[in-house]
Each structure stands twice: as C-alpha cells, then as structure tokens.
Design a binder for this molecule. Structure first.
Ligand code: AHR
Length: 304
C-alpha cells in the first residue's frame, strides 16, 4: 500500500495513545492478515490498542464503538461490516470529539463524520476480474458464470458486483446462471458452490468475491469429479497465501489483489489527526493482479 499521501508517524504523538479498533470478525484469511497487521503496527508504535471483533454482527460492532466513546479513547477506527446504518454512532463520536478513521470498508454516511477512509478501490477490483474474464473467454461464443458474493450489504460485495457489471453487464455472451452470498467464508463458498453444481451441469466460470470462497468452491468442484481451473475456471479477489498457492497450482486461474496490510497507514493517519494535521479524506491502497506465473514468482516473499 502507498503511504506517501500521509505524513510520517510522529512517535511522540502515538506513544501511549489509546486507539479503539472495532474489527469486522474473522471470516477469512484476509481478515486474519488484516488483524495481525494492525496489532503489529500498534505494537511497533507503542499504541495502547483496544481491539474488539464483531464476528460479522453490526449490532456488536456498534456496541464496541459506543464503549470506545464512553471510555474516551483518543481515536476510533473500524472496518464496517456493512455500508449502511452508521449515522447515529458516528454522530455520537463526533459529539464526543473523538476522531474516526475507516479502514478497509466504506460507509454511506456523510464524510464529515469521519476523518478518512483508507482502503482498496473495490469497484476497480471487480473491473479487473471482469477484464481478465473477457480476455480469457475472447474466443468463446457463450460463457456460463456463477458468482460467489461476499457478505450481503458490505462495501466489497456491493462494489465488486458493480465493477464486474461495469465491464460485462452489457456483454450478452456472459450468462449468470446463479449468484449467491457465501459470506466471504470458505465454508460458505463450498456450500453455495455445491448447490450451484447440483443445479447447473455446465458451469464454465466462477467469479468469487474473495479467495476463501474460491477455495471452498475448489473443494466442491473436486468432490463433484470436475477439475478446478480446467473444467471450471475461477477468478477471485484478495491474494492471500492459500489463494496464491491454489493459483500457482492451476486450481484458480486469476487473482486480483486486495491488500490487508493497512496497519502502517492507519497509524500514520491517527498520528496526523492527533497532531491536528489535515489529511486526504480518501486514501486508496495500491494493488496488483496475478496469473499463475506471477503467483509462483510472488509466493516466496508473500507475507500473509
Ligand atoms: O473487506 C475486505 C474483504 O473482507 C476481503 O476481500 C474479504 O476476504 C474479507 O472478508
């Protein structure tokens, strides 16, 4: 991720600062890597990190944020489970004069209620996945697609669907046979894919909104006696180690990167906000894309 848009951390500001982080949960390999990176960066900067995990439940996440407000932490940061329903708690934080930083996922609230949103461009990720599919199936006359959607109502599920449609929505060659949420989990991806396979004998392409669901789909495809990556092609988003290994082995065909390494930027932003500096309201993570050869080359140095 690029950190150049933010001033460097002022260690005297962060040392001992109390920062409350309300995490989405532990649904995926991406999420574990994100949590680890935030905890690592907090320790490196001597931040007093208060950390809670909502296990995918918005009500729990709101309760955590309210607790941070009552405690009077210096900064609140969170990665919202879903996009809607945050106005009231964000207004409470503002009234208590506690700055809020969003990481990873967006909300649909007024941007004046938070200092910045640091994270990926999920629409661009969906477009990249679709552009790969367009090239991969350039010679086919029709393509039967199934979609494993992320958590319903979450920014990445909404935006990755939009990005895909931006590129392929008017291309009648691509036929979506089925589209259902697997909640960003491996188990969810497996179960939904089992249903897709039972109802559709002629699936050619899986668009998985994350690697964990693609990995679950691989299990379901193999159990159905088909070869993932060959009989049924798979494009997914994230680039976690297990996903990259499946890509290197030819079971996934293409991965669009979504980086979970947001810890340094989060604390750069917190340091700037606590010093009273103005920071950009949107900081977009820099990311790449991988085919099989690129995954094989990247794997030895992959951090997560
Ligand atoms: O918000 C980022 C998404 O959440 C990741 O792509 C997915 O794996 C995670 O659960």
């Amino acid at each position: 991720p690029a950190s150049g848009e933010l001033p460097p951390i002022d260690p005297t500001v962060l040392d001992g600062a109390v920062i409350g982080f309300a995490q989405v949960g532990s649904e995926s390999g991406w999420r574990s890597a994100n949590t680890d990176d935030i905890k690592r960066a907090a320790e490196a900067n001597k931040v007093d990190l208060q950390f809670t995990s909502a296990e995918g439940d918005q009500a729990k996440q709101i309760a955590s944020i309210k607790t941070y407000i009552t405690q009077g932490v210096d900064v609140i940061a969170f990665s919202p489970v879903v996009e809607t329903g945050w106005d009231s708690v964000l207004q409470e934080a503002k009234a208590a004069d506690i700055p809020v930083i969003l990481t990873d996922r967006a909300v649909d609230s007024d941007p004046s209620l938070y200092k910045t949103f640091i994270g990926s461009d999920f629409v661009a990720e969906g477009e990249k996945a679709a552009n790969w599919a367009k090239k991969e199936f350039a010679d086919a006359s029709s393509v039967n697609v199934v979609v494993l959607e992320g958590t319903t109502g979450s920014a990445p599920a909404n935006d990755r669907a939009t990005g895909w449609k931006n590129v392929l929505g008017s291309d009648t060659k691509f036929k979506t046979l089925a589209s259902q949420t697997g909640d960003f989990t491996r188990d969810g991806g497996k179960k939904v894919m089992e249903g897709f396979l039972a109802a559709n004998p002629d699936i050619q392409l899986v668009y998985a909104h994350n690697d964990d669901m693609a990995l679950g789909a691989i299990e379901a495809i193999e159990a159905a006696g088909k070869v993932p990556g060959k009989d049924i092609k798979i494009v997914s988003i994230d680039g976690v180690k297990a996903g990259m290994e499946a890509l290197a082995a030819g079971k996934i065909n293409y991965i669009v990167e979504c980086s979970p390494l947001l810890g340094n930027q989060l604390f750069q932003a917190a340091s700037a906000v606590l010093k009273g500096d103005t920071i950009p309201t949107r900081i977009v993570t820099v990311e790449s894309e991988f085919d099989q050869a690129q995954a094989q080359a990247a794997l030895p140095d992959r951090q997560y």
